[in-house]
Unconditional design. Structure first.
Length: 383
């Protein structure tokens, strides 16, 4: 006797639990095998709808039955064609790939033309059944009847939704864990800048695509999808590019803590995921120094240059305004410990501040004298 693989399918869980539909299909296949000389060596079954093109993904029993049938070089046997599928595209795909299947209701010598016709009839029957069910449900809902989750309380619906959400999260996490080693490998690859910067997310995603590693959803990787998957797995990888606003804010905070810091020191102690370039460090430091210089009236009058000593000059002018008779050594003590606080330099800055204040004071005094003399002259002319 020839060997065959038996496949059974019902659409609903109630049919699967009762076993009536499965038992009837099995009886038909066994009776057909006894007449035609077939012996069923393995049985597979599914409780799933026959609609849709992705039958192999939704029905693991059918996928396993087809795999064993190909390996054993024996036919797949079903009781009726609609038990295999109610989709014409799926049936024709099996015939195009030379998958040998036998329908007990049609006989073992059924040709492809007849199979096409019966497949079209099964698909049309499924559409008509769906339309009838939708119409009946609409009439029942119009009469106030509830179906599905509507019959449960709100608390029970929330519980069911939470369970479904947890199951989806668990499945997503399992798919992500299966790709952990590939993601870690991609992050270890060198970037276009060499070892100076870590690889970007887009470049790492392209590395995975080149190795034909599918994403969590089964498609191609992108930078955003790789970022989400890495965060879900707890893998921290610095971005390929640090935004300018982040660098500017970091430079501003460093300058507030140490106003005398140089561009070279800033590049060494920025504390960012990527090194700060020479242009950015110099530009952002100059912005901070220029903003402080514009707020100081003494700095604007003296027209001092903008450099790493700008903040120190401004502090000297403020302290000198409060303590006009202070000495250079006392000024250094008030400024506190720093790198560039030479007595001669501090004395020179103090002299520049004092000379500017004296000139301003003399100018104001000369203005008052001119106005007073002008007033006396006008009185003499009137008299």
């Amino acid at each position: 006797m020839k060997e065959a693989i038996g496949y059974l399918r019902v659409s609903t869980r109630e049919q699967g639990r009762s076993g009536l539909g499965l038992a009837a299909q099995r009886c038909d296949i066994e009776a057909f095998g006894a007449r035609e000389g077939f012996r069923v060596k393995s049985w597979y079954q599914d409780v799933q709808t026959g609609a849709g093109k992705d039958a192999l993904l939704l029905r693991p029993g059918l996928a396993a039955a087809l795999k064993e049938a190909r390996g054993a070089r024996c036919p797949l046997m079903v009781s009726r064609l609609d038990r295999l599928s109610r989709n014409v595209h799926f049936i024709t795909g099996l015939m195009e790939h030379k998958v040998h299947f036998v329908v007990a209701a049609l006989g073992k010598d059924c040709d492809d033309f007849t199979l096409h016709i019966y497949a079209s009839l099964a698909e049309q029957e499924r559409k008509m059944m769906s339309e009838r069910i939708k119409a009946a449900l609409a009439i029942a809902r119009a009469k106030g009847r509830k179906f599905g989750l509507e019959t449960y309380s709100k608390a029970e619906r929330r519980r069911i939704n939470a369970l479904g959400h947890a199951a989806m999260q668990k499945a997503t996490m399992e798919r992500a864990e299966a790709r952990r080693l590939h993601i870690e490998w991609a992050f270890r690859q060198p970037s276009v800048h060499g070892g100076a910067r870590p690889i970007s997310y887009n470049a790492a995603a392209e590395k995975l695509n080149n190795r034909n590693v599918a994403s969590v959803l089964g498609g191609r990787w992108s930078g955003s999808s790789l970022n989400r998957t890495a965060r879900r797995l707890g893998i921290y990888h610095p971005p390929g590019i640090v935004p300018q606003a982040v660098v500017q804010a970091r430079v501003r905070n460093i300058w507030k803590e140490n106003p005398e810091i140089t561009a070279k020191q800033l590049r060494e102690n920025a504390g960012l995921d990527h090194p700060v370039g020479f242009d950015n460090s110099y530009k952002f430091l100059k912005e901070c120094r220029l903003a402080a210089a514009q707020r100081s009236s003494v700095h604007r009058q003296r027209n001092w240059k903008i450099d790493y000593l700008t903040h120190t000059r401004i502090r000297i002018s403020v302290i000198l305004t409060r303590h006009p008779k202070i000495t250079a050594q006392q000024m250094i003590e008030k400024l506190g410990p720093a790198r560039f606080k030479w007595p001669k330099w501090v004395q020179r800055v103090m002299n520049e501040c004092r000379s500017g204040s004296v000139k301003r004071k003399n100018k104001q005094t000369n203005r008052r004298r001119y106005l007073a003399r002008d007033a006396v002259c006008r009185k003499l002319k009137k008299g």
